[in-house]
Design a protein around this ligand. Structure first.
Ligand code: PLP
Ligand code: COI
Length: 348
């Protein structure tokens, strides 16, 4: 296996670089999952009548493996991703992948591609577990068979410019999710409808779109693929989980971290008007980490936060979260999961 992947770590963006190996497992509806295998990374064959291709029966996860300052390779709260993956599978009528199988697959793929993990502090190995209905189906019903696949890619910052403030625009026209829909799970079908609004926002110079609730169009829900926070008089506000917002693992970690530091955190309805009067705002996610928000535009109104400087609380939370993730600070919440790199590679 190569010592390193010959990658310029400092030029990494959030994009796909092919790695060497992936994990694939299969399951027939109503039967237990078969243990999967490691394979060279490459194309999969798929039936044109697959449920995922015709009816969007699919979910994904997003996780990162970091090289820590202590020389370990660590995952961040992978059990939470495994559980969210199970909830998503249940919502989309798919057989949930057992938690131990999920973690084992992730560990194997990270270990087999360890030469693609950036050095500490210079990026991460992004892990993408996916579950698709791959069996042929013509009626709108669950596929007869399923594929669970895990692949990885080395990544840098999600938003251009790394830890610099981003400008966001509130979407007046589009919503991400409605009550009773699939917004609370990582269904693949939640993402394509956001591409056009996001592309249009980028053309206007914004980094992403903020979505409001689909009923009254007043409450902040999320930022594209990240959760929203704002700070007013040192009190931290984030939209409560209503079923239409993805329960982010970074969101939950920030809430725990901020409370542990003695800050008051409220999970409640966050009106757009309130957010636009706040002192600081940021969004967060596995890909986005903590991204400070420099401005929010709604119609002809623009709110600029702190002259587009990173707010003090945003900076403090970013420093603490990333220090835990890189083992610079003690993992007081036991969030880190060390990956054993010596796992033997069992290729099919
Ligand atoms: N919201 C959406 C819609 C997402 O796709 C993501 C990314 O996974 C998040 C929020 C943040 O979730 P997490 O912190 O678990 O990555
Ligand atoms: C993540 O933060 O891991 C996500 O899933 C965002 C992604 C849609 C790029």
């Amino acid at each position: 296996m190569p010592e390193n992947a010959n990658i310029d770590w400092d030029s990494l963006t959030f994009s796909m670089t092919k790695t060497d190996f992936m994990y694939v497992a299969e399951c027939q509806l109503g039967q237990p999952w078969q243990v999967g295998n490691m394979q060279p990374y490459g194309k999969l064959e798929i039936d044109p009548a697959a449920g995922v291709l015709n009816y969007g029966q699919g979910i994904f996860e997003g996780m990162k493996a970091h090289r820590s300052v202590e020389g370990n390779v660590v995952l961040f709260r992978p059990d939470e991703n495994a559980r969210r993956f199970q909830r998503g599978a249940a919502r989309l009528g798919m057989p949930p992948v057992p938690e131990s199988m999920f973690i084992d697959a992730v560990e194997q793929v990270v270990a087999a591609n360890s030469h693609f993990i950036p050095p500490s502090g210079r990026g991460a190995l992004y892990i993408r577990p996916v579950l698709w209905g791959t069996g042929p189906i013509m009626g709108v019903a669950p596929s007869p068979s399923y594929t669970f696949c895990v692949f990885v890619t080395p990544v840098g910052p999600y938003f251009k410019g790394g830890l610099s403030c981003i400008d966001l625009v509130i979407s007046d026209e589009y919503h991400r999710a409605a009550p009773g829909g699939s917004g609370g799970v990582k269904a693949i079908g939640n993402y394509a409808p956001g591409m056009m609004p996001s592309k249009n926002a980028k053309k206007r110079g914004f980094a992403e779109v903020i979505y409001l609730d689909a009923i009254n169009h007043e409450l902040i829900e999320e930022v594209g693929a990240a959760n929203f926070f704002c700070v007013k008089n040192k009190k931290i506000h984030t939209p409560e989980l209503t079923g239409t917002i993805l329960p982010g693992i970074t969101r939950d970690s920030i809430i725990q971290l901020a409370k542990h530091k003695g800050y008051e955190v409220v999970e409640e309805k966050v009106h757009a008007t309130f957010a636009m009067e706040a002192d600081e705002a940021f969004c967060c996610g596995t890909a986005a980490v903590i991204s400070p928000i420099g401005s929010i535009t709604q119609g002809d109104k623009e709110k600029v936060y702190l002259n587009r400087e990173i707010g003090p609380l945003t900076r403090e939370l970013y420093d603490s979260l990333t220090a835990i993730q890189s083992q610079k600070e003690e993992d007081v919440f036991s969030w880190l999961h060390k990956v054993p790199l010596e796992i033997p590679l069992n290729l099919v």
